[in-house]
Write a protein that binds this ligand. Structure first.
Ligand SMILES: [Zn+2]
Length: 209
């Protein structure tokens, strides 16, 4: 609740815009992303596969109804005005250190589903949860239809993204990786570029004409 204003105010960078441009020019498919910030959409990407969901949406665990986080946020803030008024400063990553204000949390009102009163959860994949099977299958099909796989700004540390590198490699498709630091997919990569996506990808768009 406290970090949402900052999180939702984030804007896409040059890397996001370059990815959208590659798609618009027909040079790349829409991205398969592990990000939950919707910034690819904001940059103009059209056919985005969000493997881990998006924080902009909230889902009811009981009836599966989806609601925009912005609307849930209105209820959250209205029901927890005292906490909001005494909110601690946010850390640089958007987290709030609440220990000093623990007493305020005792009366915290958790929003419920408007349809069934059920339990709401940000519609993202938490640690220990699995990516939805149909999303994985759609992403596999996208890899199978591609000439090559371009990995951008991921260490590929978690399996949800790494499996697509393995699949591309199995299918004999070249894999190119743009990242800072080593990644779990390096051994399978045909090309590896040590660079920031926001710097390299605009160059790539220009180079491809
Ligand atoms: Zn519900």
């Amino acid at each position: 609740m406290l970090g949402w204003a900052r999180f939702s105010a984030a804007r896409p960078n040059a890397g996001h815009r370059a990815v959208a441009e590659l798609e618009a020019r027909g040079l790349a498919s829409g991205p398969i992303t592990q990000n939950v910030d919707r910034l690819h959409h904001a940059a103009g990407s059209r056919d985005v596969i969000e493997l881990h969901g998006a924080l902009a949406e909230v889902r009811c665990l009981d009836c599966d109804l989806r609601e925009a986080r912005d609307r849930v946020q209105v209820r959250l803030e209205a029901d927890n005005a005292t906490l909001l008024a005494h909110a601690p400063e946010l850390a640089p990553d958007g987290d709030a250190e609440l220990d000093a204000t623990r007493a305020l949390l005792e009366g915290f009102v958790v929003p419920r589903c408007l349809a069934c009163g059920g339990t709401l959860k940000p519609d993202v994949v938490f640690f220990g949860e699995n990516v939805r099977r149909e999303l994985v299958d759609t992403a596999y099909a996208r890899v199978a239809a591609a000439d090559a796989l371009l990995v951008i700004g991921s260490s590929l540390a978690v399996f949800s993204g790494h499996r697509f590198v393995r699949r591309a490699h199995e299918l004999g498709k070249p894999v190119a990786i743009v990242s800072l630091g080593p990644t779990r997919g390096d051994e399978l990569a045909s090309v590896r570029v040590e660079a920031r996506a926001g710097e390299l990808l605009p160059w790539l768009v220009t180079a491809l004409g």
